[in-house]
Design a protein around this ligand. Sequence first.
Ligand SMILES: Nc1ncnc2c1ncn2[C@@H]1O[C@H](COP(=O)(O)OP(=O)(O)OP(=O)(O)O)[C@@H](O)[C@H]1O
Length: 715
Amino acid sequence: MSIPPIRLAIAIDFFDSYNRLPKKVQGKASKLIDQFKKNPTQTGLNYESIKNARDSNLKSLRVDQSYRAIVRKPDNGNTYLLLWVDKHDQAYQWAQNRVCKINSESGALQIVDVEQAQNLEKQINHNNSSEVIGLFSQISTRHFLRLGVPEELLPSVRAVVSDSDIDQLLLQLPEEAADAILMLGAGYSLETVLKEHHKLKSEVIDPNNLDEALSKDETKRRFFLVEDDSALQEILAAPLEKWRVFLHPSQRRLVERDWNGPVRVLGGAGTGKTVVAIHRAKWLAQHCFNQENDRIFFTTFTRNLAIDIQMNLHKICSSNIMKRIHVENIDSWVSNFLKSEGINYKIVYEEQVKNLWQEAYTIAPTSPSLPLSFYKDEWKDVIQVHGVRTLKDYLKVSRVGRGTSLKRSERAAIWPVFEEYRSLLQHKGWKEIEDALRDVCSLLKNKPGITLPFRSIIVDEAQDMSEGVFQLLRTIVVSNNQGNDLFIVGDPHQRIYGHKVVLSHCGIEIRGRSHKLRINYRTTEQIRKWATAMLKDIPFDDLDGKLDNLNDYRSLLQGTVPNIQGFSSFEDEINFLIYKLKTISESEPLSNTCLVLRTNQLIKHYLHALNEHNIQAQQIKPSEPDNEEKPGVRIATMHRVKGLQFNRIFICSFNYDLIPLKFALQDISDDTARQNFLHLERSLVHVAATRAIQEVNIIYYGKPSPFLSSLEQDC
Ligand SMILES: Nc1ncnc2c1ncn2[C@@H]1O[C@H](COP(=O)(O)OP(=O)(O)OP(=O)(O)O)[C@@H](O)[C@H]1O
């Protein structure tokens, strides 16, 4: 008799439990999966019932004498689920408390720990008076189910009266429901939440149709449907990086669809923006732009980030798909493009033009009397942003956002300094990146015969890109009404280079296609909270002229609050640091720990001190990726750690004079520029802290940073 096709789906938790098995047992479990996959009804497989199971479909299978796998055997049909593997008693205990079933309203397949759900309800009720009306009393049971709340957790959801109840609840909800409850708790209307989760309409759900349930985005977050043996072997061979397979439904919805224009995705640190952008590139290359000459341009702010992206793309894309994805940071692409057109001027940055500014400043008038920093900011924020080339244009241009007002006569008086600076640049054969961007735009628009292969552009770290960059990207990928043209991800709270953009000013219309990611996958809730409190009361834009906030941003991981410790001298701080590093090195490689500092100068001091104490250290240099193979603690500036992650972060020398950087601040005379600088400094701390997976240490000597006192009330 021929066996009807078997379908096997493996739960995300199975892979975790599999990875914890001793190597020998893994081999046996892998053999069992193989057997099971071929024919789950064969006689060699002995399904054992589980005594006192809440879900009678859960059975155990023998891996060897001591270990058991837990599977869900269907009453009918041919879809089997592999759920867990563990030592005999632990596996049985796991199974006794769980039910694995289809949510009657959302249609997603869910695994619920019933005992934990009951304890949660008791705990929430215990904390609150029965007189208080639940936060979500207006919302019907059907709506909650539709948003993915399992039946077993409904009493807990009903009992919620405070934010801290929500925090407890989030840890037990399936992720789609956690996302929805987070939004409701943050004050979004039910309609908005239903719409965002594509649940405005109710569906007819067959609670026994596993195949239908497995096709839902929500189920794909926690079950891997085995369709291809080699993919499964690959997953079992190495600890699984979950982002490669299990996208959150809100991530998957952004990736796998045709968009009829530019898309903008915001999300706090660690919410998987880069992961989404990487999967999006793969999906586009596979499904939309799959002709021989089609290319997708994946760009980001720095060269290091581009290298990381390329490496991660390799993990999920075949070499054929990789051929169609071009990854390069924007400045490098601009420079290479100009070279390919025979234009060879040097593109220069702040450090290289310091002396030129000093020289141009010698001709500054005594009235109005303005410091050099004012000229540099005026150049960056007014003249370059608006592409001003003549005095006539400068007299007309809007200076919105600058704190010091200037009469027309004063503008005219200071103009020669800018002219001088430009002529010094010209004399050296140098240009700033903003001018280079304009040159590329004009070449693309005016020079016949230039054709670029890019059908679509993906932008990561969009918060650090200038309007000049977006104008260029818009020019490269001319809107041809075919959609899927631009996919932009970023987080204005992590802006550390100071460019603010309004996408619509660059011809990029994102209305109806702007989305947000809310669940932080990297860091613990305690660290996320601390890092977010650092930004309290600062208004942040949404890259398109409106405001964004982090009210509905949460982590589902728990840990300890950042440890803040002060010392009376540098030596004392170093002694503490050495003691901590030695302790850490007893249980894990120091390469998982990074020391983060405000300046390059400080890095030298710390490297020297570490060396004196025989602690191996690797500096993560500005223009090189971190070599993971090299042993030793990592050390980097706050700017350099952007986009990276480590188990433990030490932000060192968190001193009064260094954070914010006093010598840079005292140079700034313009009030608005000072405010902006302070915001950037806070964002730098936010970025540094959110690189940590597990632990953040803030250490200082002497007087602590003033940023710490503003946190005391919040954390
Ligand atoms: N669906 C997912 N499942 C499991 N882990 C995920 C998922 N999405 C992202 N992650 C993990 O979360 C971490 C952060 O992801 P990613 O770097 O994409 O976030 P991000 O929003 O770009 O972060 P940042 O803005 O802070 O640089 C990574 O370790 C990534 O592997």
